[in-house]
Design a protein. Structure first.
Length: 152
């Protein structure tokens, strides 16, 4: 049952990420997210990186509270949020934005679709004209683009 709660939380985080990205990061916290789009930062870190801390705090609190109560459901929800955050870091920061230079030459259609959708998102430097706010789920047109090419 705990595994299912972690998995369910991980999956729900995709929807939460879409909403947060579109309405918070491209909304009232654009001041933190802007430099991720216009590259106006100096050095390896962006103001956008504060979101890792902002999102980690609730997960840490959930795990702490859940551990205090005998590892109840709160702990496993916190684990699901944390695992999603780790996946986000590896896919978004390491794979897509190449903060570490790995998987640059992948031919995996799913990974290429994620990269293409994210590139479409970054095509817009303002906060209003965005598209592709998700993370692991991307519009079907990007999958078709790479699966069609891969199957020829």
């Amino acid at each position: 049952m705990n595994f299912l709660l972690v998995l369910f939380t991980f999956l729900i985080m995709e929807a939460a990420t879409w909403v947060i990205h579109k309405y918070v990061m491209h909304g009232f916290l654009w001041v933190l997210h802007r430099d991720h789009h216009d590259h106006s930062h100096d050095g390896p870190l962006e103001r956008n990186d504060y979101f890792f801390i902002i999102f980690a705090i609730p997960a840490i609190i959930l795990m702490y509270l859940g551990a205090q109560k005998g590892f109840n459901y709160l702990f496993y929800i916190g684990v699901g949020v944390t695992l999603y955050g780790m996946a986000y870091f590896f896919v978004h920061d390491i794979f897509i934005h190449q903060r570490l230079h790995i998987l640059r030459d992948t031919q995996n259609p799913y990974l290429l679709a994620i990269r293409r959708a994210h590139k479409q998102h970054h095509k817009h430097t303002g906060k209003e004209e965005g598209e592709c706010f998700g993370f692991l789920w991307v519009p079907v047109k990007y999958f078709r683009m790479y699966f069609a090419r891969h199957n020829q």
